[in-house]
Design a protein around this ligand. Structure first.
Ligand code: HEC
Length: 213
């Protein structure tokens, strides 16, 4: 290939990559109204925490749910509870019970991460390298057959969500995507706390379930 052709190819690939990154960012934004998952919440809490351990220490630690709760409640944050439904204390201030539960279950189910699997630069530790949280799974595994309104209006407890994920349609889809047992648990816990989404928080274009569901 001539040098000029090579340059054209390289430039085209770069433009394509930028377009894909842009499309992905838009895609993410489109679902900004879907409640945050445990990974996002963890990074947010750690970032606002004034005396927590560093992120590497935190994600490579193993703790029970009660221990995670006690750990964060014993630390401090630059945020404050600003409304009645924010129940958090210590570093969990500024969070609703829904978010606290989502965060604690994510950490309990997914930590510790093996240190070798993390980027050497702690600044690069984000939700693309940490275990997927329930929101990421919902967007990745649940929208290929029906719109998000189908899960968004569904009210189930943990057992109910686990049962749904195990019905024939859903287990086949999850198996095809090689979703692990741990990931199914994470998804079911996330859905339990965060679904149904109150209708006034759902943008107009996503409201209403399609007929037949
Ligand atoms: C392979 C296609 C497919 C994928 C992927 C899929 N679903 Fe479904 N889903 C269906 C079909 C078909 C129905 C309706 C019939 C049924 O219940 O099997 C349904 C129904 C539902 C319902 C309505 C309740 C019910 O019992 O019918 C909910 C809630 C739901 N899905 C959630 C999810 C979630 C959460 C995910 C992500 C893990 C997901 N779906 C991924 C095909 C899919």
């Amino acid at each position: 290939m001539s040098r000029r052709k090579t340059l054209v190819v390289v430039a085209s690939i770069a433009i394509l990559a930028a377009a894909v990154a842009f499309a992905l960012a838009q895609e993410e934004d489109k679902f900004a109204w879907v409640p945050a998952g445990g990974c996002t919440l963890t990074l947010e809490v750690v970032k606002n925490c004034t005396n927590c351990d560093d992120i590497v220490t935190i994600v490579t630690s193993q703790k029970t749910r009660d221990e995670w709760k006690a750990y964060f409640e014993g630390k401090e944050t630059s945020k404050k509870n600003e409304s009645e439904d924010q129940k958090g204390i210590g570093a969990l201030q500024g969070l609703t019970e829904q978010k606290i539960n989502t965060l604690l279950d994510y950490l309990t189910l997914n930590m510790p991460v093996v240190k070798d699997q993390l980027p050497a630069d702690p600044a690069k530790i984000d939700c693309t390298v940490l275990p997927m949280d329930g929101k990421q799974e919902l967007l990745q595994f649940c929208l290929s057959c029906h719109p998000i309104s189908v899960p968004a209006y569904e009210d189930r407890d943990l057992e109910g969500w686990l049962a749904l994920l195990e019905d024939r349609t859903h287990i086949t889809a999850l198996d095809a995507n090689k979703v692990t047992e741990k990931q199914r648990q994470e998804l079911a816990h996330y859905l339990t706390y965060n679904m149904p989404i109150p209708e006034d928080q759902i943008p107009q274009e996503f409201r209403g379930r399609p007929p037949g569901y």
